[in-house]
Design a protein around this ligand. Structure first.
Ligand code: ATP
Length: 324
């Protein structure tokens, strides 16, 4: 392996820059050339690339977003698109690729590897933490802290006005952000896709907390929750079915994807980037680097794509006990 390309693909997340920096510096350390590809697979098809040296990645470890930009590429889903991408890689003498992204990006990588036998290592970058084979994806910890910070602020106004707040957090079909931010911020109820508690149970719980003397409450709702109602409809339902409740809704949205990465995410990114480069230099391919028991481990990319991370049941129980 003489030249490694790195790119960010799919949804962005805090810590991607720290991972790019790590890949670039590890390449420099092992005297391997490194190239950055802009806008994920789309940039690969268009030949939008830049040589990166250890000094190209100064002052980015603390920055949110991704200096290489990210994109979704329809063209890469076609054979012709991938052929063009392969030709560009060959033309630039690139012989391996590090993809920082989510399961869609890994699927693209596996398809590409099958067609062209091109060495690929994945680094899981998404705030949703919905990738199998790692307890933490890059950006998840930062997003959690952002969400908790926002919910703390909402609590101040909720308690001043004795209001009930429904706060929607991101996570797509996974409830990791909701469950952890909910417990961390002391939410009254947490609605996640993995566990449909039902609306009756929600009403009951809110009534109970009122009886117990609580005058304001926060309900954290994951964007993918399975109540069959969106967060605004949920709030209406509760207002209609409970007496004397003033309900408000706050959707945190894309702020959760931005911001300065936490120290945890920066350290994780640094470790994953180094491991990705070392694997490629060792002749490995089709692996994702992940964190397990605080060690950097690897898992087959295809397993990472197909597997599903389970929610922490103990945390559900703790959450229940905390709302007593
Ligand atoms: P996130 O989950 O954070 O949004 P992601 O990596 O899952 O990130 P996707 O949009 O699903 O984001 O995938 C990123 C890109 O990977 C797609 O735009 C496409 O170019 C490529 N890709 C995904 N699936 C395939 C596939 N089956 N074949 C070829 N390319 C694919």
């Amino acid at each position: 392996i003489k030249k490694i390309a790195v790119m960010t693909s799919g949804g962005d997340s805090p810590g991607m820059n720290a991972a790019i920096r790590s890949v670039v510096r590890a390449c420099a350390y092992y005297r391997t050339e490194c190239v950055g590809i802009y806008r994920g697979y789309q940039g690969m098809i268009e030949g939008d690339m830049i040589p990166l040296t250890a000094r190209s990645v100064n002052n980015i470890v603390h920055k949110g977003g991704t200096i290489l930009k990210s994109a979704r590429s329809k063209d890469f889903r076609t054979k012709e698109g991938r052929k063009k991408a392969y030709e560009n890689l060959k033309e630039n003498n690139i012989d391996a690729l590090v993809v920082i992204g989510g399961d869609g990006s890994f699927t693209g990588g596996v398809v590409f590897n099958k067609e062209y036998n091109f060495p690929i290592i994945g680094i899981p970058g998404t705030i949703d933490n919905d990738i199998f084979g790692t307890t933490h994806t890059l950006g998840y910890d930062t997003a959690l802290n952002t969400a908790v910070d926002a919910i703390d602020k909402i609590r101040d106004t909720a308690s001043s006005h004795n209001r009930l707040f429904f706060v929607e957090v991101m996570g797509r079909d996974a409830g990791f952000i909701a469950l952890n931010a909910g417990v961390g911020a002391g939410a009254e109820e947490i609605l996640i896709p993995e566990e449909d508690l039902g609306l009756d149970r929600l009403l009951e719980s809110l009534k109970k907390s009122r009886r117990a003397g609580k005058s304001s409450s926060i309900v954290v709702v994951s964007e993918g929750d399975k109540t069959g109602r969106n967060v605004f409809e949920l709030a209406d339902y509760v207002e209609e079915n409970l007496e004397d409740y003033e309900v408000r809704v706050s959707v945190l949205g894309h702020m959760q994807r931005g911001g300065t990465p936490s120290c945890f995410d920066r350290v994780l990114a640094s470790r994953m980037g180094v491991k990705a480069v070392e694997l490629l230099i060792d002749g490995k391919t089709n692996l994702m680097v992940g964190l397990q028991n605080n060690e950097i481990q690897t898992i087959d990319l295809e397993k990472a794509i197909k597997g599903q991370n389970d929610i922490n049941r103990e945390l559900l129980r703790v959450s229940d006990i905390m709302t007593t």
